[in-house]
Design a protein around this ligand. Sequence first.
Ligand SMILES: Cc1ncc(COP(=O)(O)O)c(C=O)c1O
Length: 385
Amino acid sequence: MRLANRTRNLTSFKVVDFLEAAQALEAEGRDIIHMEIGEPRYPTADPIVMAARQALTDGRTGYTPSCGIPELRQAIADHYQRCHGLDIDPRRVIVTTGSSAALGMVCELLLNPGDGLLLADPGYPCNPNFVRRLDAEPQLVPVNAADNYQLTGELVAQHWQTNTVAAMVATPSNPTGTVIGREQLGELHRAVSDQGGALIVDEIYHGLTYGDAPAPTILSLTDDTLVINSFSKYFGMTGWRLGWMVVPESVVDTLTVMAQNFYIASPSIAQYAALAAFQSETLAILETRRQEFRQRRDYLVPALQALGFVIGRPPEGAFYVYADVSALTDDCEAFCWWLLREHGIACTPGTDFGHHLARQHVRFAYTESLPRLQLAVERLTKALT
Ligand SMILES: Cc1ncc(COP(=O)(O)O)c(C=O)c1O
């Protein structure tokens, strides 16, 4: 079969390679601590599961409106009111099949072949592939601890090229867990607008921050931006494949036509279930989990530092620690395979997240329980000392 040229430019999602290798070892009877995949290891909260059962009983199994059932779009809008005091028109909320579909759609909305999209390096591995799929150009901007591992207004101005049309950030970030402050979000938006471009902000890890205040949403500064979010992480619904976007009124119709054509509708059962995600009972469960994530982060960061991992910026959110391993190895991939095969710890090599200093970094996810993380540190101690 002759495949399209663009398929040759796609890069594999290394975290999945490691997950599959870890699962193969488990099938042989080995105990593996999963610190590779970015998935909360909690079952979906009970009220959501019960709402899904009810939706099945009620026969809610057909296609829904392409942009989502109105009750869910309203519930998401209300969520912004509750968390950020914002009045969002539910028409601007578009429900998608995971934020992955939203990422693909915003790229399709903005990029012609040959156009460029600025992305932070390191960043979420799939983003460059969404861009390549359109024969457009991912323009990776090296970011460092000094920049909080995020694009800044200054970096945008410096790296904007004649073919660049947009910039995308994630806050909190995957893989570094860093959050973009309100002022920096404003600077970013100004820098992108000055170039006549569009700003995409992936807020999928919102809700999972460990300071006193929630991470600021760009929507509190401007409506002129494309915001992406998901039920996967904070709401613990990875397998339900449900996300959303909040977009300017001017692009709602175009995105509606895309949704109609590209996936008809998001999963109906998941949408009815997600209505229960905003109930106070569910939010109380999610708050307990958030506190557990915080405890794990507070344990893992100093424990890794004591073992020689250098953490350039303390993670403020998500559930990842991005660690410099140059004191321990000069090849993060070989290091990760060794940790997996010899010591039963699965983690992700920095090379999954870009090119910039990638070989000297590893990402640890703290999605397993505290006792399992303590066991991981015990195994690491044995491996490295
Ligand atoms: C930054 C970021 N954006 C988007 C996604 C996609 O998530 P989903 O399609 O499950 O919403 C992920 C998944 O790990 C992610 O880390």
